[in-house]
Design a protein around this ligand. Structure first.
Ligand code: CTP
Length: 404
């Protein structure tokens, strides 16, 4: 392998001291480091100690004429194979997400044409704040990679997510990123690790004859997004899917079915599970006498269609001898959303209902307005993307089943 080089940005946080160990580890692994130290970072580590470990000069000031003569900041931002931010503070990530460029670190992040790897470190409340999460989502969408944070004790005395991962893990992530591997998330928090989550998604399709069927408008987007979000939190996900045209999420066990009865059989076969999330828009009825040959028009009368009710998969699993400890149903409603959801919760004996107002363009659309209804709680969620709603649900599930 030819020699690799990173630009390491050390931002201002107590975890900055770990960057010194990182530089040493990288040097042992044959990776060279050019360091940019922010003003706040310099409160925690000195250019002298960094320079001693990396064997190279440290860049600290955007407007230093001697630095500019040696290497312009644009050139600096592109001089390596990867840009790494350790610790990645809420402030620096906010600047990067919003394109601010008022010091050498943020200018480098804006000017670079290389991949950026962030190792976040901050207080748990700052980490959980919607502003930080949205900034991270923006950076991730633009191709940035993240390693950590993890759960643990913090320098500020609180406990939770926000603790930076150890230098060894950052070094591993850097090596992966340098090798072009973009799935380094296995180092991110995995609160659902070891949990089996069974999910249904999409419509079912009930044959009338070999060419015709009964179905509905479900796109499967919400169920697939939930499967992806649970898998990203480390769950072992089984996704029983009706016919949809979505690429299956990575690392999810897919079971494809067509009819409601096949969906039920696939779900029962997938038990035991810790959680069941019933997102599928199961066709309520099927043709009682589906034919194996195409029904021909005889020109005088319409072929009679006798319907039978399909099994209720959610209700069946809620009362199953192998009932998952948490059963979550969805309720697609056009009116009286909360009261219909409460009635469904009682009728289907599930633990939670996520009520969906489908009076607009929810089916097939990318956004959803939902209400979480439990036995003693009604929690309306603001309008959000199906992806965001999926992440919110996965996080609440992790909390509920004691994994967070
Ligand atoms: N569901 C199911 N099996 C069915 C019908 C519905 O598992 N045969 C599940 C859905 O996946 C969803 C919940 O039950 O989690 C509610 O679905 P919904 O279509 O809103 O309700 P229905 O039971 O079909 O009642 P209605 O159509 O009368 O509103």
């Amino acid at each position: 392998m030819s020699e690799k080089r990173i630009v390491l940005i050390i931002a201002g946080g107590i975890a900055a001291f770990k960057s010194l160990l990182l530089i040493r580890l990288l040097s042992k692994r044959g990776i060279k480091t050019t360091t940019i130290l922010t003003k706040a970072g310099a409160e925690f580590v000195t250019p002298l100690s960094i320079g001693a470990l990396s064997g190279e000069r440290v860049f600290t000031d955007l407007f230093s004429l001697s630095d500019e003569a040696e290497m312009g900041h644009i050139e600096l931002s592109r001089s390596a194979d990867l840009v790494v931010v350790v610790p990645a503070t809420a402030d620096l990530m906010a600047k990067a997400a919003n394109g601010l460029a008022n010091d050498l670190a943020s200018t480098t992040l804006l000017a670079t044409d290389k991949r950026v790897l962030y190792a976040p470190a901050m207080n748990v409340r700052m980490w959980e704040h919607a502003a930080t999460q949205e900034n991270i989502e923006t950076l991730r969408t633009r191709g940035a990679l993240f390693v950590g944070p993890v759960e643990g004790d913090m320098a500020c005395g609180e406990y939770g997510f926000g603790r930076m991962v150890e230098p060894e893990q950052i070094a591993d992530a850097i090596e992966k990123a340098l090798a072009g591997i973009t799935h380094i998330d296995d180092l991110a928090p995995k609160p659902l690790k070891g949990k089996h989550i069974l999910i249904t998604a999409g419509p079912t399709r009930e044959p009338i004859d070999p060419v015709r069927y009964l179905s509905n408008h479900s796109s499967g987007k919400q169920g697939y997004a939930i499967a992806r979000a649970c898998a990203e939190l480390g769950a072992n996900v089984s996704l029983v899917s009706g016919p949809v045209s979505i690429t299956p999420p990575q690392g999810v066990n897919m079971v494809y079915i067509e009819t409601a009865r096949d969906m039920l059989a696939a779900c029962e076969a997938a038990l035991p599970a810790d959680v069941f999330i019933s997102v599928a828009a199961v066709a309520d009825w099927r043709a009682m006498n589906a034919t194996s040959q195409k029904i021909k028009k005889d020109g005088t009368q319409i072929a009679p269609l006798e319907l039978a009710e399909n099994p209720d998969i959610l209700k069946t699993l809620s009362s199953h001898k192998n009932r998952p400890s948490l059963v979550v149903g969805f309720a697609a409603e056009t009116n009286d959303v909360t009261s219909h959801a409460q009635a469904k919760l009682a009728k289907k004996k599930c633990d939670w209902i996520i009520a969906n107002d489908v009076s607009g363009d929810v089916m097939g659309g990318d956004h959803n307005t939902m209400i979480l209804v439990t036995e003693n709680q009604i929690e309306p969620w603001p309008l959000m993307s199906k992806q965001k709603a999926a992440e919110k649900l996965a996080a609440i599930i992790a909390k509920e089943i004691g994994a967070l």
